[in-house]
Design a binder for this molecule. Structure first.
Ligand code: 2IP
Ligand code: CA
Ligand code: CA
Length: 383
């Protein structure tokens, strides 16, 4: 189906523009993020927040894709609920309205009546037609019908870093350990029947700053992995002889130690699940390992499609270690995106509960699994 990939890229560009606007406009910066509680809260953080940008971006992506591809309606999912607190402490259901004027009116309920300029800027960005000018995308037909696909959106991955807004964090070995750079927009499409990720777009709204204007400039990456088709805006990175690993700061000492013995140097630490997956796709790291249940379908779907397009993938860590212990010689199980985890509700039913390993080159995956296999069960890795 020609047209879906450019549409995913176009919505990610619109989303990135809204993310940049929300950081550039004073009244939007002053808007207090809403704290998540109960099942909405990610256990990775003591306090977990969502901003108007998270909710508005998810709604604009749902709106634009559902309008262009009616077969996708009801199959576009994302991290956030559409509710946000209004200026009086009540609740507004955020959505893209039929006209920019109606969207302004709705945003004013969130921002307060004096914030007309901010509401107008946001509504203008949300309703703007995006022209890509990326001719490479026009010729790509992934050979899959939207009626067979579902979508996972992480409107902003690394919301904490987005809120913190640190602009000048120096990279270490090419990887930004934290800061705005790690806030990404992730839009992935998976096969509704098999759960395999097939199309992915990662947008970096805060890739670099224009040296003259100091305004943030973004960039995007895409990948297609369907049937025998493997296409990607990136080239497969050259493998290092010994894998360099990137990890979450929350990762256990046991995992850090085991992976440090691989010979690729001490593991690098970075914020953002999507950003660490991107580091693997870019070849800044050879593997991202996570032994904790703190990522979700919306974090991994889009990067996973890109990694598959490059010849790699994202496997379920617990399942892969179990198969290895049982003497299995086949491919370790990859993450799937179509079925909620039985017995779980809300976001937890979409958690990558058994952790993950992301890689491009299969020998690196095998080296990582061998190192972690020495440690025992996944539960013991957290110690
Ligand atoms: C978060 C975000 C965090 C990540 C966590 C994700 O998503 O990517 O940065 O933790 O696992 O769920 P870490 O930085 O330790 O990898 P969000 O910001 O969308 O809630
Ligand atoms: Ca996320
Ligand atoms: Ca998010």
């Amino acid at each position: 189906m020609a047209g879906l990939l450019p549409a995913l890229v176009a919505v990610s560009q619109k989303a990135a523009e809204v993310a940049r606007l929300c950081r550039a406009e004073e009244p939007l910066l002053r808007l207090r993020p809403a704290e998540k509680s109960g099942p909405e809260r990610n256990a990775r953080f003591q306090r977990d927040f969502k901003t108007l940008a998270d909710v508005l971006i998810q709604e604009l992506i749902k709106h634009d894709l559902g309008t262009q591809f009616p077969e996708l309606r009801g199959h576009i999912h994302g991290e956030e609920s559409s509710e946000f607190r209004d200026a009086q402490g009540g609740t507004v259901t955020v959505r893209v309205c039929a006209t920019p004027g109606d969207t302004v009116a709705l945003l004013l309920a969130v921002l307060g009546p004096e914030q007309t300029r901010a509401a107008e800027l946001l509504a203008e960005a949300v309703h703007r037609e995006v022209t890509l000018g990326d001719t490479e995308l026009d010729g790509i037909d992934p050979g899959v019908s939207p009626g067979d696909l579902g979508i996972w959106i992480d409107p902003i991955d690394s919301t904490n870093e987005f809120i913190g807004g640190r602009e000048d964090v120096a990279p270490i070995d090419g990887i930004a350990p934290e800061g705005l750079r790690s806030a990404l927009v992730l839009v992935g499409a998976f096969d509704r029947h098999s759960g395999v990720p097939v199309l992915g777009v990662i947008n970096e709204p805060f890739f670099q700053r224009d040296p003259q204007t100091h305004r943030w400039q973004g960039r995007y990456h895409w990948g297609v992995a369907h049937g025998d088709t493997r296409l990607c805006s990136l080239s497969p990175p050259l493998p290092r002889p010994r894998p360099r690993v990137v990890l979450s700061r929350a990762e256990s000492a046991a995992v850090r130690g085991a992976l440090g013995s691989l010979g690729g140097g001490p593991p690098l630490l970075a914020a953002g699940a999507g950003y660490k997956l991107l580091c693997v796709a870019l070849g800044l790291a050879d593997a991202f390992v996570l032994s904790l249940p703190t990522t979700f379908a919306w974090d991994s779907c889009a990067p996973h499609a890109i990694l598959r397009a490059l010849g790699g993938g994202v496997v379920a860590l617990e399942g892969a270690l179990r198969a290895r212990r049982a003497g299995g010689t086949g491919e370790p199980p990859e993450l799937r995106y179509h079925r909620p985890e039985p017995g779980q509700t809300g976001p937890q039913s979409w958690a990558n509960r058994g952790g993950l390993v992301a890689f491009v080159h299969p020998p690196h995956l095998r080296a990582v699994l061998a190192a972690l296999g020495e440690l025992g069960e996944l539960g013991e890795l957290g110690e």
